[in-house]
Design a protein. Structure first.
Length: 337
């Protein structure tokens, strides 16, 4: 991915330096959390950190909007306030509502003059309407992956990423990933030291390891099952600590391997191997969250055999490590590094 654009701190107005302007584009139905993150990171005066902080503005059609939950907010600017912004952040709104036409036009105009465009969560839907994401990498909340792919097939969606940096276009995953992307922007603009200090003040990690995969809640039950297949799945849950193979599962179901694989896929929508791996990962996650067992013992109890094997699968499937997962999910909140 290309490097993000640097801040326009050398931009001048009649010889006077002008701060990098961050504008938040709001529409009715926006969720309060994400634009609250933007206000916290970019809207507070943090000049005491020794850098020129951002000029911050809230922009909405008609200078007012109703947030999710019925909160009515009057903004400092209407959408014309996007015109002079160096960075524009599109907050999430209802995905089943058409994108505001004036906002789409404003985003296209801003991109043409070199502004950095950012979306939080489902704000990627609005950003994608512009066509600017076509052929580019992007992400959004994992819950809306199918809807996004269906509506914007030309976008190279990465549903696992916490955020994606394409230089002039940046997108983040759901809800709290807005914090990750906001701190990333601060890191790009003012350096890692400043970003760490902002993170400490917010009592959040300056950088989270892994992606959305560790937060996705996979289905625990098949879509539909015959009585025979249900019995096999129950048996597997009780035997996860053993070295169970797909052949063992077929034998338990009194079917040939080929018949079992076909019936399993029909009933669950996935393969026996993928289902078994998911069950093992879920068991390991549960043990990491609820016990103090060491990694090797958890690996054995979940059927991975060794801690090395468990780490390899965590890295491949969840883009994190067992230890990092435990730090985040066993405590009330992630520790600040």
């Amino acid at each position: 991915m290309s490097a993000s654009i640097r801040p326009t701190g050398d931009r001048t107005n009649e010889g006077v330096a002008v701060a990098h302007t961050v504008a938040i584009a709001l529409v009715d139905g926006a969720t309060p959390f994400e634009f609250g993150v933007a206000c916290e990171v970019f809207g507070l005066d943090r000049s005491d950190l020794g850098v020129e902080w951002y000029e911050f503005r809230l922009c909405a059609p008609g200078r007012r909007f109703t947030a999710h939950g019925g909160i009515e907010i009057h903004t400092t600017h209407d959408l014309s306030g996007l015109a002079a912004a160096d960075t524009i952040i599109v907050t999430p709104g209802p995905v089943d509502c058409p994108a505001d036409a004036d906002l789409v036009t404003g985003l296209l105009t801003a991109h043409e003059r070199g502004a950095r465009l950012v979306s939080f969560c489902t704000g990627a839907f609005t950003l994608a309407v512009t066509g600017l994401l076509d052929g580019r990498h992007a992400t959004t909340h994992w819950k809306f992956e199918k809807a996004f792919r269906r509506e914007f097939p030309r976008v190279r969606l990465d549903p696992n990423a916490l955020f994606v940096d394409e230089g002039d276009l940046l997108t983040s995953a759901g809800t709290a990933a807005a914090i990750d992307l906001s701190l990333h922007l601060v890191r790009l603009d003012h350096g890692a030291s400043v970003a760490r200090r902002v993170a400490r003040r917010m009592v959040v990690p300056p950088y989270r390891e892994g992606g959305q995969a560790q937060f996705i809640d996979p289905p625990h039950e098949p879509r539909t099952t015959t009585d025979g297949l249900s019995a096999v799945l129950d048996w597997v849950q009780e035997q996860l600590h053993r070295d169970i193979t797909v052949a063992d599962m077929a034998t338990q179901a009194a079917m040939s391997g080929r018949t079992f694989a076909r019936r399993f896929k029909e009933d669950t929508g996935t393969t026996p191997f993928r289902w078994l791996l998911t069950q093992r990962l879920q068991r390991a996650q549960e043990l990491l969250e609820t016990t103090d067992l060491d990694i090797d013992r958890i690996a054995r109890k979940a059927g991975f055999g060794t801690g090395t094997n468990l780490r390899d699968h965590f890295r491949r499937e969840l883009a994190t490590s067992p230890s990092a997962y435990r730090r985040c999910f066993q405590d009330e909140s992630c520790r600040v590094a």
